[in-house]
Design a protein around this ligand. Structure first.
Ligand code: NAD
Length: 490
């Protein structure tokens, strides 16, 4: 049994009023532990601790800040298996996927720690004689990080690392569904040597998160989660003049053109749609397929859907775990009626898996809808489950138009053997990332990650510039020539 605690001013503490929430495994309802159900007051105490810690963290030379992150990476590596098992049990993804998440987190953390020696500004020639003109980057101060459950290790770390490297102090409000992973992250960073108050963690749901949005001492918010909550975050940050970065919902398409390797495309679609129970932000949820290959594609992907072995996340035979919660399962199942009403053809699934031990968990069956209209709800709305909507089209133009016809734009993929058509799609698809002849899922930490339109506002996460969201550029003019500067106005 693991009892997560808040981290405030270097101490692991319960919520001030002592309330806790149970943390249950979505595969079988097993009680894994508890976490504080924090209030606004807990979040405010965390902000105060971060505010107090900021001046000396800002003064700590950036390479020394980076050294602490390198130590955190070594500790994370040493505890990789414990992290993978914890996140598999509470989020529900199978152990192989959880191990993949740990590996990705580790690689990104090492990359971001190195940024501590690359917080480069510019020097530029000045119009004025005897003048040095340069820029440098100042941390923003206290930053608030609000994260979702679907990558409970990766996403907190891909925000934390650049924020800390750039010299900010942090209050992290992790997802209530996955507190134990966040607790391990907090303990690893403390053990790595972060001074008290530099990282604070407040568990709970909307109340402590809203307190971060409202607090005048919080200079910036980095949020990943649903578009619905993201809109609240964006509005509130505008009102309180905070810098804001949001990574929100998605409905990622795979385009299968008539010259594609259909078998490869079907396997990529199945991996993207059903892997991690369709709960990746980069999951494939629309297949936009040219008529000439549509029957073969639907047949292939439906067969793969039927072959998915669902099971407990720690069962080595399982390829797909449960939905994260009953609420999420019910949301996925509710789209069965929507698809029927909209006249789509159910090629596979649509129901809950209850065979044997699966009945004790929240398992949606991998689902394929065929002949979906591009403007229907199952083609436009984020379901966040193992559900693929196949939209049939007759040309590349129609495929691109269907792909771009929704409000989201995280990632996309195109399957074709024609390089010219591939690059045309890359150029025309409205998404932050595009894959060619590869699944929509995945991404590497040293490259930027994020979406356009209702999926993403603010600069990209990860990649070489991630830390810049957490810093402000200052421009400096030094008159070292001694000439009086009275005549220059502009
Ligand atoms: P969510 O929006 O329900 O919750 C995200 C976080 O916001 C949680 O920490 C939650 O406690 C907090 N929150 C809830 N209500 C709030 C409020 N009123 N004010 C401030 N914070 C509040 O999202 P979720 O269900 O945890 O995660 C799934 C969503 O995340 C999906 O929509 C998915 O597409 C998205 N996601 C996007 C990306 C991306 O990079 N674009 C990555 C991962 C997940």
């Amino acid at each position: 049994m693991h009892h997560a605690q808040n981290l405030i001013a270097g101490r692991f503490v319960p919520a001030a009023d002592g309330r806790v929430d149970d943390d249950l495994c979505p595969a079988d309802g097993a009680l894994l532990g508890t976490a504080p159900r924090s209030s606004r007051a807990d979040a405010e105490a965390a902000v105060e601790a971060a505010r107090e810690a900021f001046p000396s963290w800002e003064d700590t030379p950036a390479p020394l800040r980076g050294d602490i992150l390198f130590r955190a990476a070594r500790l994370l590596e040493a505890r990789a298996e414990e992290l993978a098992r914890t996140l598999a049990l509470e989020e529900g993804k199978v152990l192989a996927d959880a191990r993949g998440e740990v590996g990705k987190t580790l690689r990104y953390l090492v990359f971001a720690a190195g940024d501590a020696r690359r917080l480069h500004g510019i020097t530029a020639p000045s119009e004025l004689p005897g003048t040095l003109a340069y820029t440098y980057w100042r941390p923003r101060g206290v930053v608030g990080l609000i994260t979702p459950w679907n990558f409970p290790l990766c996403i907190p770390v891909w925000k934390l690392a650049p924020a800390l490297v750039a010299g900010n102090t942090v209050v992290l409000k992790p997802a209530p569904e996955t507190p134990l992973t966040a607790d391990l992250v907090a303990r690893i960073f403390v053990e790595a040597g972060l001074p008290p108050g530099v990282l604070n963690v407040v568990h709970g749901d909307a109340d402590p998160a809203a307190a971060l949005l409202d607090h005048p001492e919080v200079a910036a918010i980095s949020f990943t989660g649903s578009t619905e909550v993201g809109r609240i975050v964006e509005r509130r940050c505008a009102e309180t003049h905070k810098a804001v970065q949001c990574e929100l919902g998605g409905k990622n398409p795979i385009l299968v053109l008539d010259d594609a390797d259909v078998d490869l495309a079907a396997r990529a679609a199945a991996l993207g749609a059903f892997g991690s129970t369709g709960q990746r932000c980069t999951a494939t949820s629309r297949a936009i397929v040219m008529e000439a290959v549509a029957d073969a594609f639907v047949e292939g992907v439906s067969r793969l859907a039927a072959e998915v072995v669902a099971g407990h996340p720690l069962d080595p035979a399982a390829a797909m775990g449960p939905a994260v919660s009953l609420r999420q399962l019910e949301k996925v199942l509710s789209y069965r009626g929507v698809g029927d009403e909209e006249g789509a053809r159910l090629a596979h699934g649509g129901d809950r898996m209850t065979e044997g031990a699966l009945g004790a968990g929240f398992f949606p069956r991998p689902t394929v809808w065929d002949r979906v209209r591009a403007d229907s709800r199952i083609a436009r709305e984020e379901i966040f489950g193992p559900v693929l909507s196949v939209i049939r089209v007759s040309s590349v133009d129609e495929a691109v138009a269907a792909a771009n016809a929704i409000e989201f734009g995280l990632t996309s993929s195109v399957f074709t053997r024609d390089l010219g058509r591939a690059f045309e799609c890359v150029r025309r698809l409205d998404s932050g990332m595009t894959q060619v002849n590869a699944p929509t899922v995945g991404g590497e930490g040293h490259l930027p990650f994020g979406g356009v339109k209702a999926t993403g506002t603010g600069p990209r996460e990860m990649g070489p510039d991630a830390w810049k969201f957490y810093a402000e550029q200052k421009t400096v003019y030094v008159n070292h020539g001694g000439a009086a500067r009275t005549s220059r106005i502009y």
